[in-house]
Design a protein around this ligand. Sequence first.
Ligand code: HEC
Length: 166
Amino acid sequence: MGMVLLLATGCEKKKGENQPENSVITAADRVEKGRYLIMTSGCNDCHTDGFMQDSGKPESNWLTGSALGWQGPWGTTYPPNLRLTVQTLSEQQWLDMLKTRKGMPPMPWPSVNAFNEEDARALYAYIRSLGPKGEHSPLALAPGVEPQTPYLSMMPQNLPLAVSAQ
Ligand code: HEC
């Protein structure tokens, strides 16, 4: 509604970097831009319970985390409640986390590490604007620990022998 988005991508790319520093998304303000990035980057698919089943509604529940575990060789992880996360971090701490953190699957850390600083600021502004809501998600479990919550198994199946023997 009244939001203006413009994507301009520069041709030059710094060697060895995934981050397109010259890409600029302009929006009416940081909050609108953050909302756009959350919506288009798929963050809600994991960080909002029932998002895929409910066709994305309601926005008031966005990013409140999930107690549905994702289990794989790394153990079981739960998408945290980002509405609570941003309450505990300064903007600078948020920027540092998005840029440098190498965490656990299935969180797409390489994608999030590639947000440029202005996009990361917009995400912070938008998530803060939603306000705190909900509970903390369960803590991650080590491999071999049986979850007490529902979970999805992401164990690789039927791998070629050469790969599974590694
Ligand atoms: C495929 C599922 C999935 C998607 C998609 C996803 N996340 Fe995550 N996210 C997770 C899981 C699981 C964790 C916990 C693992 C970890 O902390 O390394 C996590 C952790 C995080 C954390 C750390 C929060 C804290 O309190 O420690 C942040 C920040 C985050 N995600 C932001 C995002 C953003 C922004 C997007 C969209 C660009 C996104 N995530 C998309 C699953 C996902």
